[in-house]
Design a protein around this ligand. Structure first.
Ligand code: MN
Ligand code: MN
Length: 469
């Protein structure tokens, strides 16, 4: 055999593991970079789940979607949405096939790891105004110190009035921060295990330092902060009880690398799939199966609760679609679910050369090699996993190949190194065929997560092809 035969044979039999950046046309490159700019704009404007839902709703309305309550009946091509308590959103484009024959679902989540305020947050300590916090989701706590943080949230007063707060995003706004101990005095702290390097109750935020001008009262710094809050928002200390206030990184999403090929940004897990899923459904007209785009909440804390994927509010929305397309039998819901294909649109861990030992190189996702297709998640012997059926994966391979949407097959890190789960489980439990398909992220759950612009664009192409096939 000549060496040429070997080359050909290898090309025929080996899996393509090339970088997605190779052999791209100028036109394709331009599309990738333009899409990335639009995505970064969305990221910067939507840092919390409520902001994501609000901005996504506005994008849907601009593109002809209406609230499902405005429709008496639904017909092929109709575009509707439902917002659940401002925290999660479902959008649908009605297909030509009977809705009882199932849906095509792309489901992403809008909540990201962050620092929440406790309900009695404000206190004064030696002349400094501070805020007590309780972190949300799985974080490495030390990563959240000494970085600029912005405050986002809502305070609901007892008369029902809602006050929105957003401080730290504009150039002239102050920012907030959690200060770590200086190395000079950290001898004792440095002996702690990394996971305890900064502990939960040490994640207290600097809020102010000017005392109120009256030396007849105590806690004057705290008083001055409350006065500022009262002047600006009309709130009192007790109003924090009924508030949802989050601290998120104040910095903006940015192109990363000398070649601009990557994106650093907060909360790309899983806003990258919210955005690509949303863009995909905007490009879906008269699909065969009714297309559903889900932007759910509470994934990072186990997907329970009224706005999580476990919530029956989603089933209620689907029931409304079934009813308004003429399927009024009580069995229709689970019949439809049992014929549904779903993509759990969530991110996967990208290989990190600094910590190569944590990854198994044959089965890990790499930045720039396309969407991450994860057949099963879970940990320790696939425990807690929802494994996708091979039949579904095969069908998707065909769809993505035809659409030239590049993907890579991977799992989260080495066996027994850790693991994680996604909402694939709760979708599968409803009777759907489901697989995880998202975007590889480096430094997941850190304040500044990294994706590849190439992969982001492939996710959009992949979801779009899935909806339209
Ligand atoms: Mn996620
Ligand atoms: Mn996550």
């Amino acid at each position: 055999m000549s060496s040429n035969d070997g080359k050909e044979l290898k090309e025929k039999l080996f899996k393509d593991r090339k970088s997605g950046w190779e052999n791209l046309s100028d036109e394709e490159l331009e599309k990738i970079f333009r899409f990335a700019d639009e995505y970064m704009y969305y990221l910067n404007a939507s840092k919390t789940e409520k902001e994501i839902v609000q901005n996504s709703k506005e994008i849907l309305i601009k593109n002809g979607f209406v609230d499902i309550s405005e429709k008496e009946t639904l017909n092929p091509g109709d575009k509707v949405f439902y917002v659940n308590r401002g925290r999660c959103l479902y959008a649908a484009v009605i297909g030509t096939d009977n809705t009882e024959n199932g849906f095509k679902i792309v489901a992403a989540h809008c909540d990201s790891p962050r620092i929440d305020l406790k309900q009695n947050p404000l206190y004064e300590e030696n002349g400094l105004g501070m805020l007590k916090t309780h972190y949300y989701g799985g974080i490495k706590k030390y990563q959240w110190t000494n970085i600029p943080l912005s405050i986002h949230g809502t305070v609901v007063k007892s008369d029902g009035e809602k006050v929105n707060i957003c401080i730290g995003e504009n150039e002239t706004d102050p920012i907030f921060t959690i200060s770590d101990l200086l190395p000079h005095l950290a001898q004792e702290q440095m002996e702690r295990k990394l996971k305890d390097g900064v502990q939960g109750e040490e994640l207290n935020v600097l809020m102010g330092s000017i005392p109120y001008d009256c030396d007849e009262v105590s806690e004057r710094v705290k008083l001055n902060i409350l006065k500022l809050l009262n002047d600006r928002y009309g709130i009192k200390e007790v109003d924090f009880i009924s508030s949802e206030i989050e601290l998120v990184p104040a910095f903006k999403a940015k192109s990363t690398g000398l070649d601009y090929s990557m994106i650093a940004g907060y909360g790309q897990d899983d806003k990258v799939c919210c955005y690509t899923g949303l863009r995909a459904i905007l490009d879906t007209t008269y699909p065969r199966k009714t297309a559903l785009c889900i932007i759910t909440d509470k994934e990072e804390v186990g997907f329970n609760g009224v706005s999580g994927m476990e919530s029956r509010i989603f089933d209620t929305f689907v029931l409304e679609i079934l009813e308004k397309t003429g399927n009024t039998k009580s069995s229709s819901l689970y019949k439809a679910f049992s014929k549904t294909q779903a993509l759990s649109a969530d991110v996967d861990a990208a290989f990190n050369p600094n910590f190569a030992y944590a990854f198994e190189k044959n089965n890990t996702a790499y930045l720039g090699k396309g969407m991450s297709l994860v057949k099963y998640t879970g940990s320790r012997g696939k425990s807690g996993a929802s494994e996708a059926p091979a039949e579904l994966v095969a069908e998707l391979r065909k769809i993505f190949d035809e659409a030239n949407a590049k993907y890579q097959s991977c799992e989260l890190g080495r066996v027994d190194k850790g693991g994680g789960g996604t909402i694939a489980l709760t979708l599968a439990n409803r009777g759907m065929d489901v697989v995880d398909l998202g975007v590889p992220v480096m430094g997941m759950h850190s304040p500044y997560e990294i994706t590849s612009k190439f992969d982001v664009y492939q996710a959009y192409k992949g979801y779009r092809a899935f909806f339209n096939n």
